[in-house]
Design a protein around this ligand. Structure first.
Ligand SMILES: [Fe+2]
Length: 680
C-alpha cells in the first residue's frame, strides 16, 4: 500500500492503476521543475512550484507516483496544497513505497497542466547488502559559472548498468550564493568568468560592489533563479537530493544569526529566519521545525535584529532572538541506505562560534609575503583559546620578530557543531550499525599545510612561524580541539568505517582523518574527502589573477616550469609534497624530479589534492570498501551544450578497504583518465 501525504487527507491504494488524469506537460507553468529529497526505504519527499499562471493560481495539485514513466502503474496519488504563503511551492511525502526502487512522479493542476516528470529512488532496506552509490557536490554559482558538472553526471549515469547508477545526490551546501554581482557592478567579470544577470533583489542591500538579500522574498528570488538552470533542474528531476545548507544559503561570513561585512559583525536574526524559510520552501528535506512539522509551510517566528553580546561556554549567543532564529529550522539529520551506509549530515553554520582567524587581531599572523598561510602554532592558539597548553594558554605567540598578544586566552575553544548538535552527532556515530559511518559535513576536515619553514634563505622574507604553515579556512582543518574530540571518540569507541565527506573548499581532496600531524603523532581514524565545486571559482583561479606576477613565491602557488606557457596549479604540489618540490619544478619542469624531493613529514594525511578542480565526486560504499571517484571538468566558464556537458580533465579514484578495530585505514589512488600531475 502506498500513500502520499500532502496537507489534504492521504489517499492510498493497494493495487497499481493507470493514471486517469489528463496530464499534458507544461514546463512553463512549473518554471523551477520538480525535485525529490531525503528518501527512506519506504518514503520520499516530492516537490514542485506552481506560481499563478496567466493570473490563475492553482490551490491544489494532483501528485501521482508510478512505477513506470508512462504512469500506467500509479501506486500513490494525493492532492497537495500550493500555498501563496510558501511562494507557491508544494511538498508531498510519498509513503508506503518499496525499498531500493525507482519511481516516477508528476504534478497536475485542475486544468491538466502538468509538471515535467521526475524520477526518484527509495533507499534500500537496512539489511540490503548491495553496494550503495551516490554523488556528493557543493558550491554552484550561477552568477559566474555554468553547471556543466550536472550534465556530465546525468550523461554518465544514463550509460552505466542499472546497479551502478547513483542512488542519490548529497548537496553539501552553497546551493545558492546569496552574494550577487549585477553585470554593471563588475564589467571586468570575475577572474575567468563574466557576470550573468541572474537576479535583482527587490529589497537587496548593496555592499561594496555586490548585493545581498534582506528579506524572504529576496532569498526566494535567488532560489527561483538558480532552479531555472537547465542542468541543475534536470539533475533534481533525476535523483533524490539530500541537501544541507552551508554559509551562502544565509550569509557569506555568517555564523549563528550574525553577519559580517567589511569586518563589522551585525545582528541578522530576521535574515537568518528568512534564509531558513527559503531553504525550507525550495529544498525537499526532512527538517524539523519547533511546534510540530508541517510540510505545507514554514512557521517564521517573529524576531528582531538585536545585538548578540553574551555567549555561553560553547560560544552560543544567548540573545533570545538569536536562539529563536537558529532554532526555527533544524537541518542536521541521519539517513540510512542499506547495510552499508549511515549518512550523518551536520550543520556547520548555525551553532558555531566565531571563526577566530577572522578576528581583526588575527591579521597580525598574516603577511602578503605568504598568501593563504599562517603559522600552525598561531592557528592552534586561536582555536584552543583558554584550553590551550592544558588550560594554561600563553600570553603571546611569536610571529617573526613580533610578540602577538593571545587575544583568545580567556575565551572557550572554538566549536563548529555546538554542544547540542555535537552530542547528537557522537551518539549517532556510536550507535550506528552500518558498515560506513559517513559524516556529511559541509566544511572540510583535512589540514591544508605547507612546509614554509623549508624555504631556502634569500628567496623572500624569512618564514615568521616556528614550523609548518596552515591555512585559515574556517573549517575543521584548523578546528583542532573539536576535531580531536570527535576523532578521539571514534578511536575510543572502536568505530570503524568512519568517512568524512565535505565541500566548501572548491577543491578535490582525498586523505586520512587524523587529529595531529608530524612531528606530533599521526594516527588516522578514518578516511576524508572533499569535493571540488560544481562551478564556483577556486583558489587557483583567484591566485592567477590576484598574485602579483613578480611575487617571489609564485612557484609555490601558480608556478610555471621552463616549458609551460601558462600558470600551473603548483599549489597542489606545495600541499602534497612541499616547497622543495615546487622549486624543483620551477627549475626543471620535471614533475618526477619534483616529487622525488617530497617532504614525508608534510602531508602523510593527503593522498590527492587539486585546488583548482571542479566537478563532482561519486561514491561506492560496499561491505569491504569505500571508493570516491573525482570526476573533474574544465573550469565551467560557459555552459557546454553537448550531451556530456563537455570534456573531462581527469577521473581519479581513491579507495579504502574496510579496516578492523585498531587498524589504520589506507588509501589507494588510481588515475583512470587524464593526468592530474600536480595532485598526486
Ligand atoms: Fe562555496
Amino acid at each position: 500500500m502506498a500513500l502520499a501525504l500532502g496537507a489534504a487527507p492521504a489517499w492510498s491504494q493497494t493495487a497499481a492503476f493507470p493514471s486517469a488524469l489528463a496530464w499534458h506537460e507544461r514546463r512553463d507553468v512549473y518554471p523551477q521543475g520538480v525535485a525529490s529529497g531525503d528518501p527512506h526505504s519506504d518514503s520520499v519527499l516530492l516537490w514542485t512550484r506552481r506560481p499563478p499562471h496567466e493570473g490563475r493560481a492553482a490551490e491544489k495539485l494532483n501528485v501521482e507516483v508510478a512505477e513506470d514513466e508512462a504512469f500506467q502503474c500509479v501506486v500513490a496519488r494525493a492532492e497537495a496544497p500550493v500555498p501563496a504563503a510558501s511562494d507557491w511551492t508544494c511538498r508531498v511525502l510519498a509513503g508506503g513505497l518499496k525499498p531500493a526502487r525507482v519511481y516516477w512522479y508528476r504534478f497536475t493542476d485542475a486544468e491538466g497542466q502538468g509538471s515535467r516528470i521526475g524520477r526518484t529512488i527509495t533507499a534500500p532496506s537496512d539489511n540490503d547488502t548491495r553496494p550503495v552509490r551516490f554523488a556528493f557536490v557543493s558550491c554552484q554559482n550561477a552568477n559566474d559559472g555554468a553547471q556543466n558538472a550536472y550534465r556530465r553526471m546525468i550523461y554518465e549515469d544514463q550509460r552505466v548498468r542499472e546497479e551502478d547508477r547513483l542512488g542519490f545526490v548529497l548537496h553539501l551546501g552553497d546551493f545558492i550564493y546569496e552574494i550577487v554581482w549585477y553585470p554593471e557592478d563588475r564589467p571586468q567579470g570575475m577572474y575567468d568568468r563574466k557576470i550573468r544577470d541572474i537576479v535583482r533583489y527587490e529589497h537587496g542591500e548593496k555592499i561594496q560592489d555586490f548585493h545581498i538579500p534582506t528579506v524572504v522574498d529576496d532569498y526566494r528570488a535567488i532560489y527561483r533563479s538558480y532552479l531555472q538552470d537547465q542542468d541543475l533542474q534536470d539533475a533534481r528531476a533525476r535523483w533524490p537530493f539530500v541537501a544541507m545548507w552551508d554559509n551562502h544559503e544565509f550569509s557569506w561570513l555568517g555564523w549563528q544569526s550574525l553577519q559580517k561585512f567589511q569586518g563589522v559583525t551585525r545582528p541578522a536574526q530576521t535574515r537568518k529566519v528568512a534564509a531558513n524559510q527559503a531553504f525550507f520552501e525550495y529544498q525537499p528535506a526532512r527538517l524539523w521545525q519547533p511546534g510540530g512539522a508541517s510540510l505545507d509551510r514554514f512557521h517564521a517566528p517573529d524576531v528582531s535584529d538585536a545585538p548578540v553580546t553574551r555567549f555561553d561556554q560553547h560560544g552560543l549567543g544567548q540573545e533570545p532572538n538569536n536562539l529563536t532564529a537558529i532554532g526555527s529550522l533544524r537541518g542536521y539529520r541521519g539517513l540510512r541506505w542499506g547495510r552499508h551506509v549511515e549518512l550523518i549530515v551536520t550543520d556547520q553554520r548555525s551553532y558555531r562560534s566565531e571563526d577566530p582567524t577572522d578576528r581583526p587581531e588575527a591579521k597580525a599572523f598574516s603577511s602578503p609575503d605568504f598568501p593563504e598561510f599562517m603559522p600552525e602554532e598561531a592557528l592552534e592558539m586561536m582555536d584552543a583559546g583558554s584550553a590551550a597548553n592544558g588550560g594554561r594558554p600563553s600570553s603571546s605567540v611569536r610571529y617573526g620578530s613580533a610578540e602577538v598578544p593571545n587575544f583568545r586566552r580567556e575565551q572557550p575553544p572554538q566549536t563548529i557543531l555546538g554542544a547540542e548538535q555535537k552530542a547528537w552527532f557522537l551518539e549517532k556515530l556510536r550507535s550506528s550499525k552500518a558498515t560506513w559511518k559517513i559524516w556529511g559535513n559541509t566544511v572540510a576536515t583535512l589540514d591544508m599545510r605547507a612546509d614554509l619553514q623549508n624555504l631556502p634563505p634569500g628567496l623572500t622574507a624569512p618564514w615568521p612561524g616556528a614550523g609548518y604553515a596552515g591555512s585559515p579556512l574556517a573549517d575543521y582543518g584548523t578546528a583542532y580541539v573539536e576535531r580531536a574530540e570527535i576523532y578521539d571518540f571514534v578511536r575510543a569507541h572502536g568505530i570503524t568505517g568512519f568517512a568524512t565527506i565535505a565541500g566548501d573548499r572548491h577543491s578535490f581532496w582525498a586523505g586520512l582523518a587524523a587529529d595531529t600531524l608530524p612531528p606530533k603523532p599521526f594516527e588516522p581514524v578514518g578516511v576524508a574527502f572533499v569535493t571540488g565545486s560544481i562551478s564556483a571559482p577556486g583558489v587557483v583561479e583567484a591566485l592567477e589573477y590576484a598574485l602579483p606576477k613578480d611575487h617571489p613565491l609564485r612557484a609555490l602557488y601558480v608556478g610555471q616550469g621552463p616549458a609551460d606557457h601558462r600558470p600551473q596549479p603548483t599549489l597542489n604540489l606545495l600541499l602534497r609534497h612541499g616547497v622543495r618540490s615546487c622549486l624543483e619544478y620551477l627549475r626543471s619542469g620535471d614533475i618526477q624530479k619534483a616529487r622525488a624531493l617530497s617532504n614525508p613529514g608534510l602531508s602523510p594525511h593527503v593522498a590527492f589534492v587539486d585546488m583548482g578542480g571542479h566537478g563532482y565526486t561519486a561514491v561506492r560504499a560496499s561491505g569491504d570498501s569505500f571508493e570516491a571517484e573525482f570526476v573533474c571538468i574544465p573550469r565551467p566558464v560557459e555552459r557546454n551544450l553537448g550531451p556530456d556537458g563537455g570534456p573531462l580533465l581527469y577521473r581519479a579514484r581513491c579507495q579504502a578497504r574496510l579496516w578492523g578495530k585498531g587498524q589504520v585505514p589506507k588509501l589507494l589512488t588510481e588515475i583512470l583518465e587524464g593526468d592530474p600531475r600536480f595532485s598526486v
